[in-house]
Design a protein around this ligand. Structure first.
Ligand SMILES: Cc1cc2nc3c(=O)[nH]c(=O)nc-3n(C[C@H](O)[C@H](O)[C@H](O)COP(=O)(O)OP(=O)(O)OC[C@H]3O[C@@H](n4cnc5c(N)ncnc54)[C@H](O)[C@@H]3O)c2cc1C
Length: 344
């Protein structure tokens, strides 16, 4: 098996395929896990997904996560910063399982915006996505998965009996090639066009003596606690192509929203600000499964939920490749590549 792209999707998939007995080679054009998967916030928002069509997948992904994360930690002896402390949401349309709360009773430094009701999603969780990347790289290396970094894939071809990846002046054949190249997946010449586009997100990290226990979401901003007094402040969603520039005016605006929500953050040191490109399909749903070109598969377009959906995506693809059909109990039709097949 060849996996193109070593983001969270490609790495998780490579590890799962190897665990289930496949020989795996992963290509990345740069350092593994340093694109969207490094830039994300690590909120595992199973209950919060904005797109109703994604909800069954998001809930299944969230259910799988704790066991998957514990297994990765056990294997690598590396923490992935998994937290199950819940999410507080300010305002918004409540869903059945949202519980009304006094936000300040739970997080004394948080100020609820005037007129807004606060809700608690008790079971929502988060992870340190950069720590997950590190653990996955350690895992695949220790297992003997071949990870070829700094080797961009220039083309994917399919022949009668094998798929071929052209990279670094070499042609490498495999029974199946899976394109997991994130926002760049559609730019690799291949026998099936993947209509994936980048959606930029900018965010920042503050260091503060303040201890926040839970993820807090309010209109236009969210806060994600990390170890060591760090708080992530996110995030924009911008349709600006492959432009990755960090705009300090935008960062300042995010910071001001964070300070309005938690005034104790005024004066906190900003350690880092950055941007990343989320892979997004025209219908904003993931693209997972085989294409019409035999041996060519896709696992991308996870948009705002790729950290959450990586373990589930890996299981779906690996089960399908092991058993020759998509066997998940979930209805996967809305996510299959063939929905973008041109007819005629
Ligand atoms: C600001 C921000 C906040 C986010 N917050 C969350 C969140 O809280 N929760 C959540 O679940 N998701 C979140 N996301 C979304 C999540 O980060 C992405 O959906 C996920 O990381 C996508 O993973 P990926 O592996 O598909 O893509 P990437 O991580 O971008 O990986 C793609 C890889 O493909 C490689 N590649 C590209 N072209 C080639 C080529 N030609 N040959 C070889 N390799 C190639 C790249 O180098 C890269 O390593 C966020 C994203 C951003 C930007």
């Amino acid at each position: 098996m060849i996996v193109v792209g070593a983001g969270l999707i490609g790495l998780t998939l490579g590890r799962e395929l190897h665990q289930r007995g496949f020989r795996v080679l992963i290509f990345d054009r740069g350092e593994a896990g340093r694109d969207a998967s490094w830039a994300g916030a690590g909120v595992l928002a199973g209950m919060l997904t904005s797109n109703p069509a994604l909800r069954p997948l998001a809930l299944a992904g969230a259910k799988l996560y704790p066991v998957w994360a514990a297994d990765l930690e056990r294997e690598t002896y590396l923490s992935v910063g998994y937290r199950r402390s819940g999410t507080i949401i300010m305002g918004g349309e409540p869903q059945a399982d949202w519980e009304p709360v006094d936000a300040q009773a739970l997080e004394p430094e948080v100020r609820t915006p005037a007129g807004a009701q606060a809700w608690l999603l008790r079971d929502d969780h988060s992870v340190d996505n950069r720590a997950v990347v590190r653990a996955l790289v350690a895992s695949v290396r220790a297992r003997g998965v071949e990870l070829r970094e700094h080797t961009p894939v220039e083309a994917i071809e399919v022949g009668a009996s094998a798929a071929v990846v052209v990279a670094g002046g070499e042609r490498t054949a495999a029974t199946v090639v899976i394109n997991a190249a994130g926002a760049w997946a559609g730019g690799i010449p291949a026998p099936f066009d993947i209509p994936v586009r980048p959606r930029k997100g900018q965010m920042l990290r503050l260091k503060t003596p303040l201890r926040l226990q839970r993820v807090v979401e309010a209109p236009g901003v969210y806060l994600v606690p990390r170890e060591g007094g760090r708080i992530l402040v996110g995030a924009t969603v911008e349709d600006v192509g492959f432009n990755r520039e960090v705009d300090l005016n935008v960062i300042t605006e995010l910071r001001q929203r964070a300070e309005a929500l938690v005034p104790a953050l005024v004066g906190a040191e900003m350690e880092e600000c950055w941007s990343g490109l989320r892979p997004c399909a025209p219908d904003e749903l993931p693209i997972i499964g085989p294409t019409s070109a035999a041996g060519y598969w896709v696992a991308t377009a996870h948009y705002r939920d790729g950290i959450l959906l990586a373990p589930l995506t890996a299981k779906i693809v690996t089960n399908a490749l092991r058993e020759g059909r998509l066997t998940q109990a979930l209805d996967l039709k809305p996510f299959l590549p063939r929905r973008f097949e041109r007819v005629g």
